[in-house]
Design a protein around this ligand. Structure first.
Ligand SMILES: Cc1ncc(COP(=O)(O)O)c(C=O)c1O
Length: 418
């Protein structure tokens, strides 16, 4: 088979594709694996019940059913839904926007593919532009997304050591360097993999830098504000004409509906929509139809406040305490859990790499994600990159506790040189 450069880059099994394949195979071989690896949301019966009722009533209505199943939506997404999202955001945060500032995507991942490649890569004048990540480790799903190679630059964070074996990354503005080859900056807030939430000051500073350089600031709100609102600190939602905010229904508990939302100035939305038409023709209708009902009833806010946020906050605290209990006096640190659905662990001077630890844990029946691959854009040798692990805590409590015990045993053996 003769493959294009695109074909070669996107069919290879390096990086995230290889890792996901490995995780999938491990689950096939041992279905009893404790799955603390992927980004699946937790199962929340109360929330599932709301979704079920809404879906049943939508499908029972012949007109709505026909419009959901039998009609292509416009490539920018159902107008009624975009109006509902815009008026919600305007009312909640006073943002100056309307439905022309909103576009729908088949999951926010596909929006990132379009947006990143729209701004970065080979430029018409022969230059090469890249996306800058002001704080890496960042979401592993960005890593291989560029049609061209070397798509990301990144700034190494500063590390603040906190009490109770915690630590926190901060954007290191003293080393953050943008050039005239920087196409855009992007941050996830709350961050995958770390659960870090950039402070309002950090976001405002990044916003100023982006405006100075005349480049967009992309904020990935897959876990954040205003929904699913998996955020345990005080943080102000941020948007203006120079910001591209992406939201998603996935972490509300609806990853199967593949619905993402892009909020940006009208020019960006128009261009995004043109690409989306070529790549996807139009987006799935079920997610917007269901979410529209949640906007109408206000449940978009109440289910996040009453069920989603408390579930993850309680789990994060419990999981951190189980680690404290089982890791005892080992030289570990946990990134301060401020949001999202993972704990990010740092084992200082661990004698084995996080990849080796991942392999050992797989043999013990626990799947996690090794930290190295999250350091997108950081190519230099930094031992910290090999000392971190991402652990999801969404599985049933007993399994999470059992998984944490096994992880702790393997970490202890590694420190003992066994
Ligand atoms: C930070 C972040 N952004 C974006 C995505 C993509 O989510 P989706 O395509 O389901 O909207 C994920 C998925 O795990 C994520 O963790």
């Amino acid at each position: 088979m003769k493959l294009s450069k695109f074909g070669q880059k996107f069919t290879q099994k390096s990086g995230i594709v290889g890792l996901m394949d490995d995780i999938g195979n491990a689950l096939d071989e041992n279905p009893n694996m404790i799955f603390m690896g992927g980004g699946n949301p937790g199962q929340l019966p109360e929330v599932e019940k709301v979704f079920q009722q809404k879906l049943e009533s939508l499908l029972a209505d012949p007109i709505k059913r026909q419009s959901i199943l039998g009609v292509y939506q416009s490539p920018q997404g159902d107008k009624e839904f975009r109006v509902a999202v815009a008026s919600f955001l305007k009312k909640q945060f006073g943002w100056d926007l309307n439905h022309n500032n909103i576009a729908i995507s088949n999951g926010s991942q596909s929006a990132f593919f379009i947006l990143y490649n729209m701004f970065a890569g080979s430029m018409p004048n022969g230059d090469y532009h890249s996306i800058h990540l002001p704080l890496s480790p960042e979401y592993i799903g960005y890593k291989d997304i560029g049609v061209n190679e070397n798509f990301f630059t990144a700034t190494r964070p500063s590390i603040e050591l906190l009490d109770d074996n915690l630590f926190k990354y901060h954007v290191d503005f003293s080393t953050l360097a943008l050039s005239d080859k920087t196409a855009a900056m992007c941050v996830s807030r709350p961050a995958n993999p770390t659960g870090n939430v950039l402070t309002d000051d950090e976001i405002n500073h990044l916003d100023e830098l982006a405006k100075e350089k005349n480049i967009p600031l992309i904020i990935d709100g897959a876990y954040g504000l205003p929904f699913p609102n998996i955020i345990f600190t005080e943080a102000t939602p941020h948007w203006n004409q120079n910001t591209i905010l992406t939201l998603s229904l996935s972490k509300m508990g609806l990853p199967g509906l593949r619905t993402g939302i892009v909020i940006a100035n009208e020019k960006v939305i128009e261009k995004y929509t043109n690409v989306n038409t070529i790549v996807n023709l139009s987006c799935g209708s079920l997610g917007p139809a269901l979410a529209k009902e949640l906007f109408k009833t206000g449940e978009i806010v109440s289910i996040t406040q009453d069920y989603i946020k408390p579930f993850y906050q309680e789990r994060a605290n419990k999981a951190a305490n189980w680690f404290r209990q089982y890791l005892g006096k080992l030289p570990y640190r946990i990134h301060k859990p401020e949001g999202a659905i993972f704990l990010w662990l740092w084992f200082k001077d661990l004698p084995i790499t996080s990849h080796e630890l991942y392999q050992r844990l797989k043999i013990r029946g626990v799947l996690v994600v090794p930290g190295d691959d999250f350091f997108v854009g950081i190519d230099d040798e930094w031992s910290h990159k090999r000392e971190c692990l991402r652990v999801s805590y969404v599985q049933p409590e007993l399994l999470v506790k059992q998984g944490i015990q096994i992880i702790s045993e393997e970490v202890m053996k590694a420190y003992q040189g066994i």
